[in-house]
Design a protein around this ligand. Structure first.
Ligand code: ADP
Length: 247
């Protein structure tokens, strides 16, 4: 399980890199397509060079499709978007973990019935949750209480909280915890990619992440997702995205 997680984190960071490049590339392609389209609209079709602008526009559109595939791989655009019940996702993951990763941990589960659905990628959210559980387990040196909560916050947000009563973080560590490759764990045990990956997933869902922590008291991570009514728009069929919609 741990080896799989390290592998997943490495893939995700590769994805993040790819996503960053793809995002910038998308803006460049958007500019090329925009200029070519403007020329095509302004020029009479029998102008010399008109077909060249058509070729440029077509090539930019093709490039846009490739960039979209890269953004999907990087999960800047969530892959399998569906209406999700976060309670069900958490319970399913807990079932997998309670006899393995969380075997020595006391679990307290407080899920709000009638939790509003969110639109998102179940696999990506399960992974984010798994990463938070690994961190909680590590912080509690295996024994301790892990509290899982869900609630409807307000008209806009639905929230997951993962809270442990473990070692907690100093303000210095808390400030850096989300940086890629920042880890305080012994070599071979931490990649420093867990929280940055969680953050990436939350951002891809237009959500928010908040971490509260006190040394010796524990840590509470809150993930907020937009309720389904005003969540992710469907990805467009083809072509570059408008600049900055890509993440
Ligand atoms: P890794 O778990 O591989 O170190 P993360 O990005 O998940 O990478 O976490 C970075 C660092 O943040 C950890 O090494 C640890 O110092 C701190 N951290 C994360 N979660 C917790 C937690 N629940 N309790 C205490 N410290 C934490």
């Amino acid at each position: 399980l741990e080896a799989q997680l390290v592998q997943a984190q490495k893939m995700e960071s590769l994805g993040n890199l790819t996503g960053g490049i793809a995002h910038d590339m998308n803006n460049v392609l958007g500019a090329i397509l925009g200029l070519a389209t403007a020329k095509l609209a302004a020029l009479p079709p029998d102008t010399p060079g008109y077909p060249t602008f058509e070729t440029i526009a077509k090539a930019a559109l093709r490039g846009g499709k490739m960039v979209r595939r890269l953004l999907t791989f990087a999960r800047v655009i969530p892959e399998d978007v569906a209406s999700l019940d976060l309670n069900a996702i958490l319970l399913e993951e807990v079932e997998l973990l309670e006899n393995t990763l969380l075997a020595k941990v006391r679990l307290e589960i407080d899920l709000t019935p009638g939790l509003r659905p969110v639109r998102g990628d179940a696999g990506a959210i399960s992974n984010a949750f798994l990463n938070l559980c690994v961190n909680a387990r590590d912080a509690m040196a295996e024994a301790g209480t892990l509290t899982l909560r869900t609630r409807n916050v307000d008209a806009r947000w639905v929230e997951i909280q993962v809270e442990d009563d473990g070692a907690g973080m100093t303000p210095e560590i808390l400030a850096r915890a989300q940086e890629p490759f920042f880890t305080t764990k012994p070599q071979g045990q931490g990649t420093g990619l867990g929280l940055s990956m969680v953050y990436g997933t939350v951002k891809a869902h237009q959500g928010e992440m908040e971490i509260q922590s006190r040394p010796g008291a524990g840590t509470r991570v809150t993930l907020r997702f937009p309720a389904a009514d005003d969540a992710l728009p469907e990805p467009a069929a083809a072509g570059p995205l408008p600049p900055d919609e890509a993440g």
